[in-house]
Ligand binder design. Structure first.
Ligand code: ADP
Length: 155
């Protein structure tokens, strides 16, 4: 079975992430949406909340599962037998970061590769931190995130 792993902080998951997910699912038998927990990164939502949003999103796809890891994504891929890591690219600034990440992953494993999707037109400005900032300042973010995320801010 061909498995793709889409790792991220998903803090929270946005329509930008979902766009990448939607385009990746046809390439794999199964895609694992992986909450890759970075304990050094200050988060807006708890791990449990982020996972519950991700699980709600996964319900919309027949071949998407949700999981989380506190370790290296490469180790996780080895564990589940995945050969591809899915990531998205927005601006040139993403490229720098992703390029380094790809090189580090290559160092760790030569048989797990990264595949990239370019942000869709109109969604390249959507990042979790921008969403959090917009919401904090009272902007309407409902077209940019799944409903469960939008509702969570109001609770
Ligand atoms: P991380 O902290 O690992 O970068 P994120 O949740 O911020 O996790 O992002 C996960 C992946 O999704 C990254 O590769 C990021 O570039 C990509 N991504 C996030 N938002 C978008 C978007 N609007 N369009 C395309 N890719 C995106």
């Amino acid at each position: 079975m061909k498995i793709g792993v889409y790792p991220g902080s998903f803090d929270p998951i946005t329509n930008g992430h979902i766009g990448i997910l939607r385009r990746s699912v046809s390439l794999f038998d199964k895609v694992i949406l992986l909450l890759a927990v970075n304990p050094n990164k200050k988060s807006a939502f708890s791990i449990e909340q982020r996972l519950s949003f991700m699980k709600e999103v996964a319900k919309g796809f027949p071949n998407v599962e949700v999981d989380f890891t506190e370790g290296l994504t490469i180790e996780y891929c080895r564990k589940v037998g995945a050969k591809h890591i899915i990531r998205g690219l927005r601006a040139v600034t993403d490229f720098e970061y992703e390029f380094q990440l790809a090189a580090a992953n290559r160092y760790l494993s030569k048989d797990i590769d990264m595949v990239f999707f370019m942000a869709e037109e109109g969604s390249s400005f959507i990042s979790s931190s921008t969403i959090n900032e917009l919401k904090k300042n009272g902007a309407d973010i409902s077209p940019l995130v799944p409903p469960i995320v939008n509702e969570a801010y109001d609770k």
